[in-house]
Design a protein around this ligand. Structure first.
Ligand code: GLN
Length: 251
């Protein structure tokens, strides 16, 4: 073989090898598994839109969990009331939406360890006659559809007194125009809505302290274990607290 042949042969080998290497890389990136998270991105500071992107406490914690699992996070915005069923039927890998752990939901899905606490709050107009929880009797109550606030309000004051809205912000808008007399919603979104709107206040009489957790299909025990492990590590090393502090200023 002359030098030219040796050179060409070497070149050919190098090209073939790099071609395969290139393929390998491409397949690898394509193979990164996606972790789909269903949420309702109208629940600040847990999940909300910043321009076109869904951000917030849940979005960031989920991002860190996906990172630990070597997966790519995909957040899907849907109605709150369809999250549990979607997770149960395998449409989504997990649900993370400031979601309270309840016995009723536990009949359909499993929950991870809790990563946050929520308290049901009552928002009224500054000039409202409503001062305590007892004053809600006979009043029109705005709630976010299918949330624990909706369930409590209907149980305690009667379904006919409750007006459900798709988003908490819509319930708050109805309060401002007098369509409802108060809004029952989780404390952090309540604070954020009161801050964003003039003439509203939150009553002192908070009730129902709840645990937020991630829900996963009952048969998907492998994912539940992996997500739980990642979440517990993120709680233990202070990552969850750092994310919460970033969105909720210490009082
Ligand atoms: N914590 C409430 C629930 O689980 C509300 C959650 C939400 O509106 N995103 O029902």
């Amino acid at each position: 073989m002359n030098m030219k042949k040796v050179f060409l042969l070497t070149l050919a080998v190098v090209m073939i090898v790099s071609l395969f290497a290139g393929c390998g890389q491409q397949t690898n990136t394509g193979d990164v598994e996606t972790l789909t998270m269903a949420t309702n991105a109208a629940f600040p500071p847990y999940e909300f839109y910043e321009n076109e992107t869904i951000v917030g406490i849940d979005a960031e914690i989920a991002g860190k969990i996906a990172e630990k699992l070597g997966m790519k996070l995909e957040i899907i915005d849907t109605e709150f009331g369809s999250i549990v069923a979607g997770v149960q039927t395998g449409k989504y890998d997990m649900g993370m939406a400031g979601m309270t752990v309840t016995e009723e939901r536990k009949a359909s899905v499993d929950f991870t360890s809790s990563y946050a606490t929520g308290i049901q709050s009552i928002i009224v107009t500054e000039d409202s006659v409503i001062a305590t929880l007892d004053d809600l009797a006979g009043k029109k109550i705005g709630v976010q559809q299918d949330t624990t606030g909706h369930i409590y309000a209907a149980d305690e004051f009667g379904d006919e007194m409750v007006i459900p809205f798709n988003k908490g912000a819509d319930a708050v808008a109805a309060l401002k125009t007098g369509k409802v007399d108060c809004v029952i919603i989780d404390n952090e979104p309540a604070k954020s809505f009161v801050q964003a709107n003039q003439g509203l206040k939150i009553l002192d009489s908070d009730y129902a302290v709840e645990d937020y957790a991630i829900c996963i299909a009952k048969e998907n025990t492998e994912l539940l274990e992996k997500v739980n492990k990642a979440l517990e590590e993120l709680i233990a090393d202070g990552s969850v607290k750092a994310i919460v502090d970033k969105y909720i200023s210490a009082e």
